[in-house]
Design a protein around this ligand. Structure first.
Ligand SMILES: O=C(CO)COP(=O)(O)O
Length: 271
């Protein structure tokens, strides 16, 4: 097995599964158990490659119980949080509640939230700050739709979302933040941005973070790619220098497929 070219993995690779609105709390426990068994059988080294799942809110208590009871090293997080701490916000979930459930991460600004729920850059910036306030690491999602990609303004569009999302963060927060580049045209469509597209945008994001927070900070921020990632394309994407992980939708619902993505290093064989 060869080592990856990804900056010799200065940043710990991060493989995240976004279950979206799939898996009720019973199905979710079964899925997580199967994933944990598969990775355990494969002797997965969690200290080399971090694994996290993002189940629906209603699954989180069960996930917490399983993770604690079986001493699993799989992290988990919410798919969204409120920008507010508590109060008359029917249907919303506070970052404090996520923290209390042991969530290490929370997705912020997934394209499905930006579009279906009309979440603005200002709201998303407030959500990023709310996550940090409550001790949960935000995974800020950015990315362009098809029309913007075709117009060739995708880099500027994505960087504008990034700047708005990280406005007012401290250097320490920016280093801890995770950013996921998810081109909307590649989500759930089978269309995958090529490894070079993922690298182009992740490099642009890192350069922008350097401008905003300095090179030392930008060298620590983990950048993920998401959009139709499968076991057969993950390794090539993850070999790119600035791509530190993947955010997986559909393929994270299949424990064997997702475990193979987690074990991408075993697909980097050259001999
Ligand atoms: O939106 C995504 C992950 O957050 C990507 O979804 P798919 O992997 O199903 O394309």
């Amino acid at each position: 097995m060869t080592t990856s070219t990804n900056g010799a993995f200065d940043r710990k690779p991060f493989i995240a599964g976004n279950w979206k609105m799939n898996m009720d709390h019973v199905q979710g426990i079964t899925l997580l158990q199967k994933l944990a068994w598969t990775l355990s059988d494969a002797k997965h080294d969690y200290s080399r490659v971090e694994v996290a799942v993002f189940p629906p809110f209603t699954d989180l208590r069960g996930v917490q119980t399983l993770v604690q009871g079986d001493d699993l090293e799989i992290a988990y997080g919410g798919q969204d949080l409120s920008q507010f701490d508590s109060g008359a916000y029917t249907g919303d979930i506070s970052g404090q509640f996520l923290n209390k459930l042991g969530c290490k991460y929370v997705l912020v600004g997934h394209s499905e939230r930006r579009t279906i729920h009309n979440e603005s850059d200002d709201v998303l910036n407030a959500k990023v700050k709310a996550a940090f306030k409550h001790g949960v690491t935000p995974v800020l999602c950015v990315g362009e739709g098809l029309e913007i990609r075709q117009a060739g303004t995708h880099v500027e569009h994505t960087l504008q979302q990034l700047r708005a999302g990280v406005a007012g963060l401290t250097n320490e927060q920016a280093a801890e933040l995770v950013v996921a580049y998810e081109p909307v045209w590649a989500i759930g469509t089978g269309e995958v941005a090529g490894p070079e597209d993922a690298q182009e945008m992740c490099a642009a994001i890192r350069t922008e973070l350097e401008k905003l927070f300095g090179a030392d900070v930008a060298a620590k921020t983990r950048l993920l790619y998401g959009g139709s990632v499968k076991a057969n394309n993950a390794a090539a994407i993850l070999q790119e220098r600035d791509v530190d992980g993947v955010l997986v939708g559909g393929a994270s619902l299949d424990p064997a497929e997702f475990a193979n993505i987690v074990r991408f290093e075993s697909h980097l064989v050259t001999d």
